[in-house]
Design a protein around this ligand. Structure first.
Ligand code: AMP
Length: 488
């Protein structure tokens, strides 16, 4: 959840349509965050935007709300393209845009490397309103003719500084130069820091952009209780176990400096039968996505990760941050501990510091302007009671936390229909069949996804069961098909 300043401002003050406002309400967004307050009026007027803002500030919705508001449902080609530096961010941003546009029934496909190109191609060749993707894969789809950017009216370059760090700027520039068929799309660029290369992109491609800088003089949030333990490397693992027992956190991120250390720590904790997950850049794509989603669902209480892998990823309600390795860059300390204590909640940030790492601690203290107090861990023997509670917790049945977007699912029934592209079934045929059911109209049909041999369609407004029953005996494109209910 984002940090919000008290304000009278609510979303109803902006000229946004009813379906978007309704989705925001369901998502629990009552008031715009500072970045949203700064961006929305200008973005809704069609201005180009350059905004300096951090992850966690609500910047995704700041660009997603105006885009979802302006995109026209009845167009077939993509009207907006959102570029993200990493696959995890692409997925996260796609989910947020999808949620915001849920009531408007927009199709928001996501494309990124490490997944089969052809499957993505089938999706983006169908009606697509807003495409989210990483630059390399976006170009790949452009060159294969799967992704046509002629109708793109909005283009977002998100996390521009990370794009630059990862060497994607040439690709980004190429995409910007190709989008919009002669008419320049409305460009919105978001970056945590501004650098000359980014300025160059702004000067070259943007028209009188509105520059937005959010004051953030306070480097660390007030609600975070910080402390350090003096620990030499050989004692660190034992100290971590004691700390885990002592705190028994609900949601903790454990930061390590390298992928190797993430791997090692993960194995060691698993051997102790402690439920945990890991995330680093050397993992396979699908494993990275599973790691994030399992952690969000509450399948485990500890996520072990590196700075790079965790950057930008929205993990809410983090109760504890543990610096297993003390960060060597002072900014990383601030980023890491900023994962907790958000949105009025309190959080704890613990760091292990060896003699060799002392100078890093001092550098951080000079940077944040406070000293991080030392603490000592209680003797292991004094933790017996807590140990039992900790063990019990590791064995208890997991109660899966629902994703934010699940609020929309209760009104929606997804159906599968036997038949797809190979048998020349089109979205229009499905719409025709469903609208032939009495009492059901176009406004009750959500997203239609035509695959090779199967088609998925969402039925809205609690009409899923009627449509399901009727289609057991009524034809879809001249044939009675196998129609099943699908779990969301
Ligand atoms: P972001 O900075 O876009 O990664 O967003 C951080 C988190 O804040 C995400 O979980 C959003 O869903 C959430 N969020 C965005 N806007 C609001 C809002 N106005 N009120 C409450 N939460 C929000």
């Amino acid at each position: 959840m984002a940090v919000r300043k008290e304000s009278e401002n609510t979303f109803s003050e902006y000229p946004i349509s009813e379906d978007i406002a309704e989705a925001l309400k369901l998502l629990g967004y009552q008031q715009p965050t500072p970045v949203q307050q700064a961006v929305l009026p200008f973005a809704l007027m069609g201005r180009d935007i350059v905004a300096q803002s951090q992850t966690g500030s609500g910047k995704t919705a700041a660009f997603a709300i105006p885009i979802c508001n302006e995109v026209r449902w009845d167009e077939v080609l993509p009207q907006a393209l959102v570029l993200e530096p990493t696959r995890e961010l692409a997925v996260q941003v796609q989910e947020e845009i999808f949620d915001i546009s849920r009531k408007k029934r927009l199709k928001v496909p996501v494309v990124f490397g490490g997944m089969p190109v052809e499957k993505q191609a089938v999706t983006i060749r169908q009606r697509s309103h807003i495409v989210v993707g990483t630059p390399g894969r976006v170009i790949d789809h452009m060159k294969r003719g799967n992704l046509i950017l002629d109708q793109v009216r909005f283009l977002v370059i998100d996390e521009a500084d990370l794009m630059l760090d990862m060497g994607f700027m040439d690709d980004v520039e190429y995409i910007v130069s190709q989008a919009g068929d002669g008419r320049k799309p409305q460009l919105m660029l978001f970056s945590a820091t501004m650098e000359p290369h980014i300025d160059h992109l702004v000067d070259q491609y943007m028209h009188d952009p509105k520059r937005i800088i959010l004051e953030n003089d306070q480097k660390t949030a007030e609600g975070i209780e910080q402390s350090c333990f003096q620990t030499e490397p050989e004692e660190k693992f034992g100290a971590l176990l004691d700390l885990m027992v002592m705190e028994n956190p609900d949601n903790a991120i454990i930061f390590c400096d390298t992928r190797e250390m993430v791997n090692t720590l993960f194995q060691k904790l698993r051997r102790k039968k402690i439920r945990c997950g890991m995330l680093h850049g050397g993992m396979e794509q699908k494993d990275r996505l599973y790691a994030i989603s399992d952690f969000r669902k509450g399948i485990y209480h500890y996520l072990i990760t590196t700075d790079v892998a965790a950057r930008g990823i929205d993990l809410s309600d983090i109760t504890h941050v543990i610096n297993y390795d003390f960060p060597t860059k002072r900014e990383n300390y601030v980023h890491r501990i900023g994962r907790t204590g958000r949105n009025g909640h309190t959080g704890k940030a613990f760091s292990f510091v060896s003699r060799e790492e002392l100078h890093y601690k001092q550098a951080v203290e000079a940077y944040i302007g406070t000293t991080i107090p030392w603490k000592t861990l209680p003797e292991s023997g004094s933790l017996v009671d807590k140990q039992q509670e900790f063990q019990r917790r590791q064995k208890e049945k997991v109660v899966i936390r629902q994703a934010k977007g699940a609020v929309f699912d209760k009104d929606i029934q997804k159906l599968s229909i036997g038949g797809g592209r190979k048998s020349k079934l089109r979205a229009g045929d499905v719409v025709g069949a469903i609208c032939a059911v009495e009492g059901v109209g176009q406004e009750d049909i959500g997203i239609i996804d035509v695959r090779d041999s199967i088609t998925y369609v969402e039925i809205l407004n609690h009409k899923g069961s009627i449509v399901y029953e009727e289609l057991q005996s009524k034809p879809v494109k001249g044939k009675v098909r196998k129609v099943k209910k699908v779990q969301n």
